[in-house]
Design a binder for this molecule. Structure first.
Ligand SMILES: [Zn+2]
Length: 352
């Protein structure tokens, strides 16, 4: 006989009876969330192989329509996709321990959510739960991620967000612990497929405050660095949300690597228009479509990366591709004098 599942909602109903002890045998499988609920209610769990199977309280969990939705071929496909993305997140070392969480919309006010306390690289579809728009777990025997409330802030403020992916990739994490947004205009991939990456201030993970910090940023930014924490991205599919994360972390990694190399270049202002035109033609959202080219170039990316922090090696004379800001080269005083002398002579000969 297959063990009967004792879910969180069963546990909540049992706690209502006022009993102080819950005896069970191997015919009953108690979910981790149910175990937590019983323990939190001060109920002692006693395993007794001889116990008669306890009568389960009436199930308060998902309605028949939720059951049908949760077991539908569409839901099963999404659960498998979420597990697949979890494996990719783990394989790329974007999550540590049991960190990270993924969710997607399944219907009006219904979401599929990954479990807490499980490595995202080793999830199976039965671990994914059905959760409503208030964060209540309706179905699924594994306790949903506590950080889903942060995902909800994105779903509430951004109707086009279908899926949310959160993890702790190290390179974006390096920017997170400096609370420094990676500057733009260095690699087209980020400009076209992600857009401006912003940093939300630090708040306690899973708290209402962290949700409040993300909510206003999500409509304009698909990739948000959570200060001193990690990275959260949304997309039009589960894989799309993950791609935002992959592109952002690769970009952050390249920025960090480049800081040890001499020289400085950036995508010229007029070419930024081309990239945004490509992005628009692909139907991708971006908060910079209405900006004038000059305002796209207000920030020198290398000033952001090296300005106050100092890059780890001296830079070479200004790169000819560099289009903004003063040359970063610092020449010895004698060389500066020589440059000035030659410049004066050229100007003098032009005036003749
Ligand atoms: Zn986290």
């Amino acid at each position: 006989m297959n063990p009967q599942l004792f879910s969180q909602s069963d546990a909540a109903a049992f706690a209502q009876t006022g009993a102080k002890e819950f005896r069970y045998n191997r015919d009953l499988r108690i979910t981790p969330a149910a175990r937590d609920t019983l323990t939190e209610a001060g109920i002692k769990l006693v395993f007794d192989p001889e116990a008669t199977p306890p009568a389960l309280p009436a199930r308060a969990a998902g309605s028949p329509s939720d059951e049908a939705l949760f077991r539908s071929p569409e839901a099963e496909k999404l659960k498998r996709e979420i597990c697949d993305i979890g494996r990719r997140i783990w394989a790329r070392e974007y999550c540590d321990g049991n960190g990270g969480n993924i969710s997607c919309r399944l219907g009006p006010d219904r979401f599929l959510v990954t479990p807490t306390g499980v490595s995202k690289g080793f999830m199976t579809p039965d671990m994914i739960s059905l959760v409503d728009g208030k964060g209540n777990q309706l179905l699924g025997s594994w306790k949903r991620s506590s950080e889903f409330t942060t995902h909800l802030a994105i779903y509430e403020s951004t109707p086009e967000a279908f899926s949310v992916c959160h993890a702790h990739p190290c390179h974006a994490g390096a920017f997170a612990i400096k609370q420094l947004p990676p500057p733009g205009r260095l690699i087209p991939e980020l400009e076209v497929f992600v857009g401006q990456v912003v940093v939300a201030p630090y708040e306690t993970p899973g708290s209402p405050e962290v949700a409040a910090s993300i909510r206003p940023l999500a409509p304009k930014h698909q990739s948000i660095i959570m200060g001193l924490h990690g990275l959260i991205c949304w997309g039009k599919s589960v894989e799309d949300a993950y791609f935002k994360m992959e592109i952002t972390d690769a970009y952050c990694r390249t920025c960090i690597l480049a800081q040890s190399l001499p020289g400085a270049a950036s995508i010229p202002c007029d070419k930024m228009d081309d990239l945004l035109a490509i992005k628009k033609s692909l139907g991708l959202p971006d908060n910079r479509y209405d900006l004038k080219p000059a305002s796209l170039c207000e920030v020198d990316p290398w000033e952001t990366l090296c300005g106050n922090h100092g890059c780890s090696s001296p830079v070479t004379p200004a790169n000819p591709m560099r289009d903004t800001g003063p040359a970063r080269a610092t020449l010895p005083p004698e060389a500066e004098k020589l440059v000035q002398l030659i410049t004066d002579q050229i100007l003098a000969s032009l005036k003749k």
